[in-house]
Design a protein around this ligand. Structure first.
Ligand code: CTP
Ligand code: MG
Length: 252
């Protein structure tokens, strides 16, 4: 990157929306996965700390379920004061991830609107500084950018015939496929407009913001993700994350 490009990137304000309003049905259990402990700290605490420690991120907008205030306060108590200081008051999420992201963006809009926003899943506590740096650089340069990793399995496009059985329609060339993660990175105004348009047109259920930006007609780029940045989705992922974090220093 040229010095000039690096300077303009540094002068941009960057905020993050952390969506933590899901129910974690696939993991199961009484407590939603983002409030379960891995290596002694809640998943959400780890995710917030990982983002807050980045000098690039000035502000973080958490989005939580309206009935999860107490769990959220417990997470806050476990954060360093310098990290806590970057957190906006949490806003209530919606019934779908898309609605939760929209609530977070509206919260940031009331809070002064950053230049760039990273949208990140609370369920991805392994995000690190190198990935955040790539997200900021790609979003700043391209306007809409999502992290992706090459897939090692062959992927089929199928139509479900019955539970567990699908008819194969197509086998896309594997070298053109990427499994997409978060943090996804956007010009703030671009993503806010796309979300507002989706609300106005009654479109819901986009599972990531990259797809929503595509729908809104924005070109989206994929940058290099990180295979370690897994999303805790199933019970086994929680066990594995617990093992991974238990092997690290407490302050990680
Ligand atoms: N999420 C959210 N609001 C929703 C649904 C999801 O904020 N209405 C968040 C989750 O908390 C999670 C991220 O979006 O951090 C990714 O979603 P997913 O992994 O599907 O989490 P859940 O929806 O909680 O899990 P499940 O689908 O198994 O119920
Ligand atoms: Mg879900």
């Amino acid at each position: 990157m040229s010095d000039e490009a690096a300077r303009s990137q540094d002068s941009e304000t960057v905020a993050a929306v952390v969506v933590a309003a899901g129910k974690g049905l696939r993991v199961g259990g009484d407590l939603p996965k983002q409030y379960r402990r891995v290596g002694g700290r809640a998943v959400l605490t780890r995710t917030l700390a990982a983002l807050a420690q980045s000098p690039r991120i000035a502000r973080i907008q958490p989005v939580i379920a309206p009935d999860a205030q107490d769990f959220y306060r417990e997470c806050l108590a476990d954060l360093e004061p310098a990290h806590r200081a970057k957190l906006a008051e949490p806003v209530p999420g919606g019934a779908t991830r898309q609605q939760s992201v929209a609530a977070g963006l509206e919260g940031l809009a009331r809070d002064g609107s950053p230049d760039l926003v990273l949208v990140h899943d609370a369920a991805r506590p392994f995000v690190d500084d190198a990935l955040i740096a790539r997200a900021v650089a790609a979003g700043s340069r391209h306007g809409a950018a999502v992290p992706g990793i090459a897939v090692s399995d062959t992927i089929k496009l199928v139509e479900e015939l019955a539970p567990g059985i699908g008819r194969v329609h197509e086998t896309p060339a594997r070298e053109n496929l990427r499994a997409v993660q978060t943090p996804q990175s956007f010009r703030f105004g671009l993503l806010l407009d796309a979300h507002r348009r989706a609300v106005a047109e009654g479109r819901d259920g986009f599972t990531d913001d990259g797809a929503l930006a595509e729908w809104a007609g924005q070109p989206v780029v994929v940058f290099e993700g990180d295979a370690r940045n897994r999303k805790i989705t199933q019970a086994a992922d929680l066990i594995e994350a617990d093992r991974a974090f238990s092997g690290r220093a407490f302050s990680d």
